[in-house]
Design a protein around this ligand. Sequence first.
Ligand code: NZQ
Ligand code: ZN
Length: 386
Amino acid sequence: MDNFTFYNPVKIVFGKNTIPQLENLMPKTSKVMLLYGGGSIKNNGVYDKVAAALKNHDLIEFGGIEPNPLYETCMKAVAEIKKEKVDFLLAVGGGSVLDATKFIAAAAEYKGDDPWEILLSFGEKVESSMSLGAVLTLPATGSEMNPNSVISRKATSEKLFFGHPSVYPEFSILDPETTYSLPERQVANGIVDAFVHVMEQYMTYPVGASLQDRFAEGIIQTLVEEAPKVRNNPKDYDSRANIMWSATLALNGLIACGVPEDWSTHMIGHELTAFYGIDHAQSLAVVLPALWRNRKDEKNAKLLQFGQRVWSLNGENKDACVDDAIAKTAEFFESVGVKTKLADYGIDKQEAAEKIRDRFKQRGSVFGEHGNISPNVVYNIIMDCQ
Ligand code: NZQ
Ligand code: ZN
């Protein structure tokens, strides 16, 4: 097992009717900005519960944060924060609202000339950020318990991430009942995103980290078991709760302890979203199987372990087991309702492969646990997407 430091300061408040606890979780004297998305919280009762809990707080609102949140929108919030002298941010929504709030928190205190540098430096240029808390309504990204944020820029069709310890939420409230109102597409997206987060920290090569492997496999098995239940009965509280907690643990740093990671599916997926506007999870569902086929030799031992432990593939022929594990994963994505073919999204393979290869060449990007997924390998992976 590799050496590691594990640190996670986020207080999680999990369960039914937990939103009223906001009253005590929030600093009493702060001027608060409540940030939210396109309005789902006004239709499902979450906004009313938050407003009731904060009735004694000095509160202003900033709505309209879009999925794949835009830098341009975030900077409007920063201007408002400075004008109104806000000193605490409360994000209420899915990963996009949380990510936007993290970027806003960092940009509002940024001392350099151009806050876009926060993303260009992957967060290295951040010195401090405003305090923030979250009420999560969509299990998927793990943003509620991690220090990461992904922001898009409309003007240049870019999608970049940053991470900094100062943007960990102080607390996150996770009430699974808030997820009853999710459209099927977002439930499916969330399951696939969490699944792929686990895989980016698991599907590399063995380093003797047995517990981390079992945690990772446990999260995947839970998602696989719960996905059909929530599809058949959207008000199954325990399924909602299990999916929500699985998604949080999939990307809060725990399963990354002491193991190699390979975030190339995400890196390629972010470009598909930046160029073609497809949902984050859709991009992952297309790329992951092709990436595994391309890296079958390097990832062989873990692909086999995954096939045996998660998909119960115990045949004699190891190559067949690996191929079946990849096929079963794509089938699972399809079964929850996320399509796995580029053509399903009307994307021209050749064009996407060239654009993304050229952009990675320009940036000098290389990915993978061995640092050998070059722009030309990315080209081959995209050409091999179904
Ligand atoms: O905007 P509103 O009206 O709230 O509607 C949203 C949005 O349209 C809706 N929604 C959310 N909760 C709902 C609901 N609708 C009904 N009932 C509810 N309870 O769902 C739609 C999608 O929301 P969004 O926040 O965009 O989805 P998600 O949580 O999947 O976040 C995706 C973003 O997170 C980034 C992605 O790149 C993408 O930009 N990621 C962030 C990560 C992180 N911070 O660690 C890691 C991930 O890999 C990912 O890259
Ligand atoms: Zn993701």
